[in-house]
Structures are given as structure tokens and as C-alpha cells.
Design a binder for this molecule. Sequence first.
Ligand SMILES: [Cu+2]
Length: 484
Amino acid sequence: MPVIKLMRRREFIKKSASILASPAMLASSVAVANSGGEHPQTEVISLTAGKQMFKLGGMDHPPSPLWLYNNKLPGPVIRGTRDQNLKIQFTNQLDEPTTVHWHGIRLHNAMDGVSGLTQQPVQPGESFVYEFTPPDAGTYWYHAHHQSWNQVPRGLFGPLIIDETEPVFDRQHDLVLMLSDWLVDDDEVLDTGSFGSPRHASHAGRLGNFMTVNGKSRPVFDLYTDEWYRVRVINACSSRVLPFNPASFKASVIAVDGQPLPAPRKVDDVIRLAPSQRIDLLIRNDSPGLLPLELLLRRQTFEFASLNFKQNASSAQSTITSVNQVPTLPVNNKLTEPDVQNANQVELVMNGGAMSRLESLTHQGEVLQGRRFVETGQFWGFNGYAGMPENPLFSASPGTSVVISLFNDTAFEHGIHLHGHHFRVISREGTELVNNDWHDTVLMSPGEKIKIALVADNPGKWLIHCHMLAHAKAGMLSWFEVNA
Ligand SMILES: [Cu+2]
């Protein structure tokens, strides 16, 4: 296993006096404003992918050759409102094709941004208009979905926040923390030579050794005591699982993968957030001082950011957030409950990878064995098949309930993501879950068996894949179809 060393210890100390940031200083936000009057009009958001030298971690770091949206890291916060149209004029100024995927949004299939499945990639110099009406408020994100293994870990990602019709938290009490790890060389410059490494692909994926939060190294956020904050944590790492204990942040969990929980949940245990997953935390601290936010890595804790609480001397503090009553999020009420008893049953077994018992995988009609795994770069499979199969994993008529039994028959973790749908995780290891939350991605440990349930209600061809992006490239992907 690669050594997990996100930053040298000396660097921790040297840079601990890092950049102060307030919620208002977060990555510049692109809001969708109504023009007023009786007929609100959608403002078109401009999003451009391009190359940019960028100082990963802050101004005192060396520049790295990144690929960014609107020259920012992360890309601009795109904000919309539930049930209101969003229109994004995307332009590709890279030297290669790309697409944009709106992760977790249950949108029209043609807008899902999956290169080769839902659209042709946008060629260099060309544009594409993405337009959709998000049915769910919550924390989402957008990222490149053409050769994601190469484009996302170079910086092509940003937060996508869908506000409730009547937001519960004002902007001063609503933080976005977008975490990303980077594989850097000894000079702390992005290591571009290792993209596509077979070793990464066949093991745990491309794991970084330098962490940024909103593009900065270990930022400090100034907050007020005695007030409620919503902290949206987005795992934008291309392969790294983020382990943390919400109780150590004085936090309870209020939403997972965009969907609000029925009530705030106290969790005094480690949550392992898979790449692409989001978790919304409710935080209030009544004592002034620094509150570190830590990842619980195998050999050490790693402080990725901290919250600096001080008393609010202003009398103009928010009435919503300073009251004693715990703020609660309205439930997104449009998800249809799956009928588990009468559902179509689908089996999905993950296989392959290093240290595997598997001897062969089928790839484009060829049986891969031995050296052919390395020669083709295909190391992983679903149900014994590596790469995009000709036939879908399943096909369903709209409104069909589907239960997928997943079995991770490999030696590594995988974060399995379904496009266009949310699903309930209903059981683990045969035990029905009390908290059968809605997800768009689920993390699976080696050897684990889980069941998920969904209503296939969004017509189109949808990708299902591992969100360890090097694994998806190396074969761990398939698709399912909901008939029109
Ligand atoms: Cu995987």
C-alpha cells in the first residue's frame, strides 16, 4: 500500500499560520439571479475549461500546470434553486475533448455529460449548453466526464449548490469545503508523469500526497460562537476515501449525497466518505477558539482545515441561526420509494485488481489473462467483464423498482456511483439498515455485500461505475437503461 503522507510534518508547522478565510471569501460564487418581475428569466452561467498555472495550496507554493474551470480552483460555485432552470454555457479551451457531468443531479439524460454515452465530447474551441432543472436541493458538484481519470485530478471540478426554495441558512452560515488530494513531486508541483500509471490503476487508484480545501492548504474559517452553521463537505479526490469523525467537529450530519436526513443525526464514529460523496454537517460551537477539522488516516491524524470561533459582537447576527432551536432542512419530497418486495433483482460483483484471486476478465470479446491485463490496462470488472459492455447491466421500464445486490470480491475499496438516480442503501452483510439513507454513491469495503434499492424512473442510458477514477478507466464501469 502506498504510504499516506499528505504533507511533511515540518510543512504542517511552517504553514499552520495559513490563510484566513471567511465563508464570504470562498471560491467566487456564480448565482443564478432572477431578473425580477412576473416572469423570472434564467441567467446564463459561463463556464470555460482551460489550462492555467496555479499555486496549489496558496501563494507561498510553487505553480502547477492545472486544468481549471474559469481559471479557478475549485471551479466557481454554481448556485441554483430547486425546481428552477439552470443554464450553463460551457466552452472548451483545452487541447483535448471534454464534457461536464453534474454529479448527483437527477437530470435529463442528454444533460448528464457522459462522453460517449449521453453526448459526444465537446471538442477544443467548441461550446455546449447544459440546461436542466434540479429537482432536489442539496450539495452536489460538477466535474469533467471525458477521461475523468486524467481531467479531474488536474483540477476540472467545482461545487454545485442547489438551494432550498426558502434557504434555511444564509450565506454567512453556509460553508462549502471542497477537498482534493494531489500527487505532487518533491518540489510540491503536480506530478503529471504518473497519470495513467498501471500501478495506481490496479491498486487503490491515484492517491495524492498533498491536500487542498477550496484550493488552499489548511485554511482557517472565521465563525461566530453560539450560531448554527451548515458545512458542506465534498470529496473531490479522484481515489482517496476521507475518514473523519463528525463528533470531533462538534457536528451532526444533516444530509448525505445531497439528500437531507429526516433529522440531524449525531454520529460518534468514523464516517468514510468515498470519492464524489458529500456530507452536510450542522456545527455550532459555544466556546471561542480554534476547532481543528481532522482526517483520521491510518498512521496519523491530518488537520485539513480549522474553524476559528469568536463571539459575535454585532447586534445584527442572523435570527435564523442564533436561536436555540436546531435548524432542520426540508426533505426533498420527489424521490419515489422503491417497492423492495416486488423489485427486479440485479447482481453486481466487483472483480479484479491487484492481490485478486481472479484469473481472467472478458474485455471487448477477448479473454484477458496474465500479461494482457497490463497490456490492455484493464484490471477491474463488473460481473467478469472489464470496460463498457455492449449490453446494459439491466434494462427497466420507467417506475420499476430495482434491488441491486453488490458484492465487492476484490482486495480494495470501491465507491460505486449510479448516474441519474438516488438509491437507498437497504442492507449491509445481510442486515437491514435502520438508517437506509438515500445515496448516489456507496462505498464498499473488500469482501462486503450490500443491497441498494431504487426506482428506475429517469429514462435514458445511465452509467454505473467506480468513482475511484483510475478504477473506472481500468474497466470498472457498466451502464443501465430506463426505457422511455
Ligand atoms: Cu474502484
